[in-house]
Ligand binder design. Structure first.
Ligand SMILES: C[S@@+](CC[C@H](N)C(=O)[O-])C[C@H]1O[C@@H](n2cnc3c(N)ncnc32)[C@H](O)[C@@H]1O
Length: 268
């Protein structure tokens, strides 16, 4: 992307997250349904590490770390956890909640870390806000140690909202279900919905090619679904079971068609 367009997009993102940091945390991090996805993502990450780890993960980085969601969990698997974000306001919340995190306010395409510094770099639902996929992958390659892990969790799939995709109808049913819950006021403590500024969507096959081009070997890439935000207990227990069912059964028949991409790669 041309430098001036990149700067404009990046500034838009920065202004937005600076303005909405508290709201972001309430809508995307604290809701019970968000916690279910986070726990599911983290369990998959732990499985991957167990299978592929060769020694200790002493230093991990969460790029576009936001208010510290996920980053603090990384202490379960790593001694030092770093977080980088360009928004001061989200970092303030992260610092207050998790003082042990080593936080830096910077641009993702120009990080202050040394070459070959991290054992693992994670991007959780942020790559699509960077508008610089190639540059981000090149930067991650620079700061990761050889054989280091590069993990993408929750990036949007361009093949999702398409009439030929069976998961699309799952999304329709989910929307209807949540409208009904709202209609009968089953949702007592509904937080204000938050629509984030425009972002990119990715074709999984293209993302794979870009990762390979930038020196990564892909170990696993698959998709899963986000459900409508809810605190409803019945919906939540269904959601949790659905994620496992989708992953172990439906996604095997229709690979790479869920709404969010999860990818586990290793630096060559
Ligand atoms: C959707 S939020 C995700 C935050 C966090 N990973 C989470 O899961 O809650 C996207 C984050 O990316 C950050 N961001 C967007 N563009 C960035 C850039 N160019 N450099 C660094 N951070 C950026 C935003 O400030 C925001 O905190």
């Amino acid at each position: 992307m041309a430098q001036n367009i990149y700067s404009t997009k990046s500034q838009e993102q920065k202004d937005f997250y600076n303005k909405t940091a508290q709201k972001y945390n309430k809508w995307h991090v604290e809701q019970a349904s968000a916690k279910i996805v986070d726990a599911w993502n983290f369990a998959n990450l732990e499985k991957f590490i167990k299978k592929n780890k060769n020694g200790e993960l002493s230093r991990c980085l969460n790029l576009g770390c936001g208010t510290g969601r996920l980053s603090h969990n990384l202490f379960k698997i790593s001694g030092e956890v770093y977080g980088l974000d360009q928004s001061n306001e989200v970092l303030k919340i992260a610092k207050e909640k998790y003082p042990k995190l080593k936080l830096t306010c910077a641009e993702v395409v120009n990080t202050p870390y040394e070459d070959n510094y991290f054992d693992m770099v994670i991007i959780n639902g942020s790559l699509h806000h960077f508008f610089a996929v190639e540059e981000t992958f090149a930067e991650v390659n620079r700061i990761l140690k050889p054989k280091g892990f590069f993990i993408l969790l929750g990036e949007p799939n361009a093949g999702y909202l398409k009439a030929y995709n069976p998961f699309f109808y799952g999304w329709v049913v989910n929307r209807i279900f949540s409208k009904i819950l709202n209609l009968f006021k089953v949702e007592k403590d509904k937080k204000p919905e938050m629509i984030e500024p425009d972002a990119e969507v990715y074709v999984p096959a293209k993302l794979k090619k870009q990762l390979i081009k930038h020196g990564f070997k892909i170990k696993q890439l698959y998709t899963y679904d986000y459900f409508h935000r809810t605190e409803n207990k019945l919906a939540l227990s269904f959601y949790h079971n659905y994620l496992n069912f989708e992953h172990s059964f439906i996604a095997k028949i229709f690979p790479n068609m869920g709404s969010a991409i999860q990818c586990f790669a290793i630096k060559k």
